[in-house]
Design a binder for this molecule. Structure first.
Ligand code: CA
Ligand code: CA
Ligand code: CA
Length: 140
């Protein structure tokens, strides 16, 4: 174990590439509807915010956030797993979901009301493949 760690530290750049590998490999499950591939998960529990790669809660579910688990409910969407890729969302919380166009809760925004959803952020908000961070708060 110790020797393995040494190798990782010796080549941090290479290790980073290895970490990113599986992400790309799992990025494109074909969306086969309700009876599709087992990996597909269109569900979102109560008090959760869920963000998907494709329309109709398809593709990879990049974010499944539980309300109240981070200070101020600020959430920075991962740069490799979600930034500028989100196409549908479910907001099953009691707060407004504010999606921000840029990292760090800046740029233009789109708001999803409490306990509502958008199966297509392009048609409902003109915000397809834009979100890079979000916050839950009382107003838009
Ligand atoms: Ca997308
Ligand atoms: Ca953006
Ligand atoms: Ca981000």
């Amino acid at each position: 174990m110790r020797r393995r760690l040494a190798v990782v530290f010796a080549s941090a750049a290479a290790a980073a590439l290895v970490v990113q590998g599986p992400v790309a490999a799992s990025a494109a499950p074909p969306s086969g509807g309700s009876s599709g591939v087992g990996i597909q998960d269109t569900t979102c529990a109560s008090n959760h915010v869920c963000l998907w790669e494709d329309f109709n809660y398809g593709g990879t579910k990049y974010v499944d956030y539980t309300q109240g688990t981070r200070p101020g409910d600020f959430f920075e969407i991962d740069g490799w797993n979600g930034d500028n890729e989100i196409s549908s969302v479910k907001n099953n919380t009691s707060l407004v979901l504010v999606l921000w166009d840029n990292d760090g809760y800046s740029g233009t925004r789109a708001c999803i009301n409490p306990n509502s959803s958008s199966s297509n952020l392009a048609t409902t908000h003109g915000f397809d493949n834009e979100a890079e961070s979000f916050q839950l708060r009382s107003t838009c």
